[in-house]
Structures are given as structure tokens and as C-alpha cells.
Ligand binder design. Structure first.
Ligand code: FNR
Length: 186
């Protein structure tokens, strides 16, 4: 029987009509059958504070367990002020600790960013990549997704409006599936 992989998706926007959340749903629908993409919510995580580790907040523990059990992670985020939105950086910080036993080390990962602007969140993507690589994640190098002018690429219901974007995203998520497979075979 072919293997299947659980991919935990972190979305760096809490907005109800978030374009990045639409992108997460689109990628989930385009993923090959071997991948199951499910969003792990991060909006209720208390800000990281080392003093809390002794009796870590339930929301931290639940996310850490969820990510430890996942085969891979997909980060989908807007860019805020040329960097990673605080809500997503906080989740990465929470997952990076306790020091030496964080849930991220060695896990295959990929990043997709989107923005209504022309640069598609390039800056956020590379700031995030810097953190993930430093934490020992195996972050896919290519294909890269910086989805610019994203406001024009989804309809009101969140469906993709452009077949060539759909093709591009299908190729991305299929390459990610191969990437995950490579690490699971080790
Ligand atoms: C933005 N936005 C933005 N866009 C961009 O391309 N580069 C940037 O540096 C920023 N900076 C920024 C800061 C803050 C505080 C906000 C609220 C917004 C615009 C941003 O891309 C846009 O609001 C997206 O629609 C946000 O993504 P979601 O919520 O649609 O997923």
C-alpha cells in the first residue's frame, strides 16, 4: 500500500478572508492523494516566555504534540513589513523549545507566501527560511512560491481563478510530496 503523509500547515494570517488561508485550502485540494494537508491553528498561542516552560500552557503543548506527530510541515504566510508576521514567528519560537527537544528538527518543510503586492512575500519567505534552517528543518529549495497579485487570483469563495496558477501550485505540492518521500525513505 502506498505511504501517506500528514502535513501540518501553519498559516501566518488570522484574517477570516485571508488570501493565504485560501492558498492553504487550494494547495490542500491540489495535493496528490499521498498527502493530507491540515491546518494547525496558531492564533491562541500565548506569546513565548521561557518562564512559562515549567508548566507550559496547554495550547503550546497541544501544538507541540500535533507537530511532533506530523510527517512534514507547510508554512503559508503573508509578509508583514518585509518579514514574518508575529503570530507565525511566535509559533515557530514555541515549537523550537524546550531547547534540544523541539518538534521541528529534521522535519521536511516547504514555504509558500502570497501577497496582493507584486513581490509575493519574498522577504517573509526568506526570513522564515532562515529560522527554519537554523532549527534543522529540511526546507525544500524549489520550486519557490511567492504568489504576487494574489487578490486577483481567488474568487469570493476562495477558488483559484487562473488555470496556469493552478498548474503551478499543483507542481509545487507534488514536488513537496516527493521531497517528503525522500526524507521518509532514510
Ligand atoms: C502588510 N502587507 C504587506 N504586503 C507585502 O507584500 N509586503 C509587506 O511588507 C507588507 N506589510 C504589511 C504589514 C502589515 C502589518 C499588514 C497588515 C499588511 C499587506 C498584506 O500582504 C495583505 O494585507 C495581505 O492580504 C495579508 O495576507 P492575508 O491576510 O490576506 O493572508
Amino acid at each position: 500500500m502506498p505511504k501517506s503523509y500528514e502535513v501540518a500547515v501553519l498559516v501566518g494570517s488570522l484574517r477570516k478572508k485571508s488570501l493565504n488561508r485560501m492558498l492553504a485550502h487550494a494547495l490542500s485540494a491540489l495535493a496528490p492523494p499521498a498527502l493530507s494537508l491540515r491546518i494547525a491553528e496558531i492564533g491562541d498561542l500565548p506569546f513565548y516566555n521561557d518562564d512559562l516552560e515549567r508548566d507550559a500552557p496547554h495550547a503550546w503543548q497541544a501544538l507541540r504534540e500535533r507537530i511532533a506527530a506530523a510527517d512534514a510541515m507547510l508554512f503559508i504566510t503573508p509578509e508583514y513589513n518585509r518579514s514574518v508576521p508575529a503570530v507565525l514567528k511566535n509559533a515557530v519560537d514555541v515549537l523550537s523549545r524546550p531547547f534540544g527537544s523541539g518538534a521541528l528538527k529534521g522535519k521536511p518543510a516547504a514555504i509558500a507566501t502570497s501577497s496582493p503586492g507584486a513581490m509575493g512575500g519574498f522577504g517573509a519567505s526568506h526570513h522564515l527560511r532562515q529560522s527554519l534552517v537554523c532549527l534543522g528543518m529540511n526546507v525544500m529549495a524549489s520550486p519557490e512560491v511567492y504568489l504576487g497579485n494574489a487578490g486577483a487570483l481567488f474568487d469570493e469563495a476562495g477558488a483559484l481563478t487562473n488555470p496556469s496558477t493552478e498548474d503551478f501550485l499543483r507542481r509545487f505540492v507534488s514536488a513537496f510530496s516527493d521531497w517528503i518521500e525522500t526524507f521518509s525513505a532514510r
